[in-house]
Design a protein around this ligand. Structure first.
Ligand code: HSE
Length: 319
């Protein structure tokens, strides 16, 4: 059976999602018996439309032609930013379409609203790609660890800042040069302030807290410090202390039910699995009451890794 979907946006993650679904179509069908057809792509940039990466006839500039198309059952929002992404996602949910997105800022800012809109319309909103890129973080919390009380989650959830810290520490690169390289590699946000000031990590931590502990805390309410004021001396000091300096997003559920959460540069002991997470890679360490410690690591940003997680959500909905 074929499931028809639409992509809103054909930037880095849009291309990765399209590639995962088309290049690996036979693999997906072998494993699931499902075919996914990208029926429409909302995109207005002529250079992107003419890039040859997807047939020209798939492109449209008319969101209504997507939301009113009864054949399209899943809409993947990959425009980024707040608007029109938020409005398009809500309209898609209200039109009875499932929504998949990597848009952590929009999900973190409107977590309850989206969950409610999905429930009211009998559809799902899925955002595996919003935390940890390719790493199956949400799937792990909801399925593999479902029988556990998760007591703590700690992560390196921003590839750009981890890349900068790694390059500064290992190669003595300047903060500015390392940031420039991260931007050129396509990891950084359009405005890298969101990365370096810990805003992106706070968005992801808000989602992690909601998923792990069932409590929604707005990202703006989280205690947050970024890496923009760190120097190579701070990194050297961490090394002297037998540690690595990492931008850690952490949330712990206390016995009384309160949650202690922060995003901040933290000295991580060398023997912690988080210390071994280098460059744009992400790592998430769960502490659980049954499974004990679970550590997941992988590529947290970029076209194909994020496309992989987007495609997984789309295929899972198709199933
Ligand atoms: N700017 C983000 C990062 C992209 O560097 O991790 C992936 O969410």
């Amino acid at each position: 059976m074929t499931t028809k979907i639409a992509l809103l946006g054909f930037g880095t993650v849009g291309k990765g999602t399209y590639r995962a679904l088309t290049q690996n179509a036979a693999e997906i069908e072998r494993k699931t018996g499902k075919r996914i057809e990208v029926k429409k792509i909302l995109e207005k940039n002529p250079a992107v439309i003419g890039s040859g990466l997807a047939p020209k006839e798939l492109f449209t500039q008319d969101f209504d032609s997507i939301v009113n198309d009864p054949e399209i059952s899943i809409v993947a929002e990959i425009i980024g930013g707040s608007e029109p992404a938020t409005t398009f996602m809500l309209r898609a949910l209200r039109a009875g379409k499932h929504v998949v997105t990597p848009n952590k800022a929009v999900i973190a800012a409107n977590y309850d609203m989206f969950r409610q809109a999905a429930a009211e319309n009998g559809v799902q909103i899925r955002y595996e790609a919003s935390v940890g890129g390719a790493i199956p973080v949400i799937e792990t919390i909801r399925k593999s660890l479902v029988a556990n009380r998760i007591t703590k989650v700690q992560g390196i959830v921003n590839g750009t800042t981890n890349y900068i810290l790694t390059k500064m520490e290992e190669e003595g690169m300047s903060y500015g040069d390392a940031l420039k390289q991260a931007q050129e590699s396509g990891f950084a946000e359009q405005d890298p302030t969101a990365d370096v000031e810990g805003i992106d990590s706070a968005n992801k931590l808000s989602i992690l807290i909601a998923e792990c502990f069932g409590v929604y805390i707005k990202p703006t309410e989280l205690d947050r410090t970024g890496i923009s004021k760190l120097t190579r001396d701070d990194l050297r000091l961490a090394t002297q202390n037998g540690c690595k300096l990492k931008l850690i997003a952490s949330a712990e559920r206390k016995e009384d039910g309160s949650i202690e959460a922060f995003v901040r540069p933290t000295e991580v002991p060398q023997d912690s699995p988080l210390a071994a997470v280098r460059n744009e890679f992400n790592g998430i360490l769960f502490s659980c009451n049954m499974a004990d410690k679970i550590f997941l690591s992988g590529r947290g940003a970029g076209m194909d890794p994020t496309g992989s997680a987007m495609a997984a959500d789309i295929i899972s909905l198709a199933k």
